[in-house]
Design a protein around this ligand. Structure first.
Ligand SMILES: O=C[C@H](O)[C@H](O)COP(=O)(O)O
Ligand SMILES: C=C(OP(=O)(O)O)C(=O)O
Ligand SMILES: [Mn+2]
Length: 519
């Protein structure tokens, strides 16, 4: 599987330049340039307007729509001219075109107004007046798709939200790696088992995890299936968030049986009873607790990895006239695809959502400044979240540099810690795993470095599930290398289970409380 091999539409041709394969639509560069030039002149304007008006009709070609944006040189298809890393090579281009056309006809999954509200919450976290909690699977899958799994992850995020709100004293914004977190960038294009080499599994939106030649062939129909699964997931999340399940008065009832009786369970039960007392007190003071604490907000986010999928969901917001990525409220670019001149960055710079970028110690000073300027040329608060992921020990050494580069350049960002991706290892029993102690250490380093640098720790980003899995070792629950096999079900990276995630929430709440008291 070629990492730079890009899928092509049926009206596209492939162009190889210096080893990089580019897709050129029939519209072609020259035509598109003409289109862009026409945008600034009045005759062109009316032409573009009519194209835009057609944007909502079933058969429009969204990749030929040059939205009016802050970027004169951006269009919904400009990413096709850039290097496209981590993309599958589809064998049947007609089938791919049919699938993406179908997606373009589908309603958006989120509304631009929601993305704007989230931008404000990200900005608030960047100022230290709120906190972001990202959580969910490394890779959503068809196999693990069920109402119970969605509920369990939603529930543990609500529990963590209460711990952070109440314990840490900051409004917490919950953002699920859900309803779209399907495509996976991989370190290697192929996987070899017993001498048999096959293309790597790249997430259910691309191919299947089974180790067979057939399963590993990228299937365009999977994009459509993921859309429907995302719509159903989002529907249930919205119902839980607004239908009474998330009411603060139910805090005590969110506890899972397998956590009850553990030390995290006890800490949570104590906190829930304090929340109940606080609600009783507020009600006694005449606050309408029933109505004010009856719902919560819950946002979605995923790595914008699969370009054909994300491209199909760029829609023009009728209120602002700006293009939004409507597959999720917040989209992020991964560490492996954040090249300044790459296709992923090209999509992201043109859409108006809040955007995240994963960064490791590998990023150079000027590269970081250029990345921020590229994604956030107006330097707006809340637009850009930098999600650091380096590994315990390394973060302590390297994060000060990143903070100072950003500060010296006067750039607004919200800092979030991903303590998962720099701490992956193989267990003695052969499982891809992460040690709880390393995850906790990277989080502690994140808070301590921000404190030392007088900077703001704006949130955390975890791979986790509400289920009682055994994928990460350690924590109060004491998963060992030997019992990883008891309930190891992830499709990609190892996740924290309910109890381990809750345990981290208490650690983080301690840091937030300390920060708040110091302030
Ligand atoms: O989730 C992140 C990446 O897709 C994952 O860590 C890559 O894993 P790999 O190194 O096994 O390819
Ligand atoms: C691929 C991921 O992360 P990163 O880009 O940091 O490796 C991920 O979040 O699953
Ligand atoms: Mn992962």
């Amino acid at each position: 599987m070629a990492s730079a091999g890009a899928s092509g539409a049926n009206n596209s041709r492939r162009l190889s330049m210096g080893g990089v394969t580019l897709n050129m639509t029939r519209m072609g560069v020259a035509t598109r340039r003409a289109c862009l030039t026409a945008r600034s002149g009045s005759p062109g304007k009316s032409m573009m307007q009519s194209v835009d008006d057609d944007a909502w009709l079933p058969n429009f070609r969204a990749d030929q729509v040059p939205f009016e944006t802050a970027h004169e040189d951006w269009s919904t298809s400009s990413w096709r001219e850039k290097q496209q890393l981590q993309q599958p090579t589809y064998l049947d281009e007609d089938a791919l075109q049919a699938a993406t056309d179908e997606l373009r006809r589908m309603p958006p999954l989120v509304f631009a107004g929601e993305a704007r509200t989230l931008t404000e919450e990200v900005a608030r976290a960047g100022r230290g007046e709120g906190f972001l909690l990202f959580g969910g699977d490394c890779a959503e899958s068809f196999l693990e798709f069920s109402a119970d799994n969605i509920r369990d992850t939603f529930r543990v995020m609500c529990q963590m939200g209460v711990v952070l709100n109440y314990g840490g004293g900051l409004p917490t914004t919950k953002i699920g790696r859900m309803a779209g977190q399907f495509a996976k960038p991989r370190s290697a294009d192929t996987e070899t088992i017993d001498g048999v080499e096959l293309p790597s599994y790249r997430g259910d939106i691309i191919n299947g995890p089974e180790f067979t030649e057939e399963a590993r062939i990228p299937d365009p129909q999977r994009l459509v299936k993921c859309y429907y699964q995302s719509a159903a997931t989002l529907n249930l999340l919205r119902a839980f968030a607004n239908g009474g399940y998330a009411a603060l008065g139910r805090t005590g009832s969110w506890e899972m049986d397998f956590v009850k009786g553990t030390s995290q369970g006890q800490m949570y039960t104590d906190l829930a009873s304090r929340v109940d007392q606080a609600l009783e007190f507020m009600a006694a003071c005449g606050v309408d607790v029933e109505n004010t604490a009856s719902s919560t907000s819950f946002w979605t986010a995923h790595e914008a990895c699969l370009l054909e999928y994300e491209g199909a969901f760029i829609r023009k917001d009728s209120t602002s006239g700006l293009p939004y990525g409507t597959s999720a409220h917040l989209l992020w670019v991964g560490e492996r695809t954040r090249q300044l001149d790459g296709a992923h960055m090209e999509i992201m710079r043109g859409i108006a959502n809040p955007i995240g970028v994963k960064v490791s110690n590998k990023i150079e000073d000027q590269e970081l400044v250029d990345l921020c300027n590229c994604l956030n040329p107006e330097n707006r608060e809340g637009r850009l979240t930098l999600i650091t992921r380096m590994g315990a020990g390394l973060l302590k050494k390297e994060l000060p540099r990143l903070i100072n580069v950003v500060r010296d350049a006067g750039l607004n960002v919200t800092w979030v810690a991903d303590p998962m991706h720099g701490n992956t290892e193989t267990s003695s029993s052969g499982y891809k795993t992460r040690r709880f102690d390393n995850i906790r250490q990277e989080l502690e380093e994140f808070f301590e470095v921000h404190e030392a640098e007088v900077s703001v720790p704006g949130g955390i980003h975890l791979e986790m599930t509400g289920r009682n899995v055994t994928e990460c070792t350690g924590g109060g629950v004491g998963v060992t290398d030997e019992n990883l096999n008891e309930n190891y079900v992830t499709h990609c990276d190892p996740r924290l289970n309910n109890q381990q995630a809750l345990e981290l929430a208490f650690v983080v709440a301690g840091y937030l409380r300390k920060r708040r008291n110091a302030a």
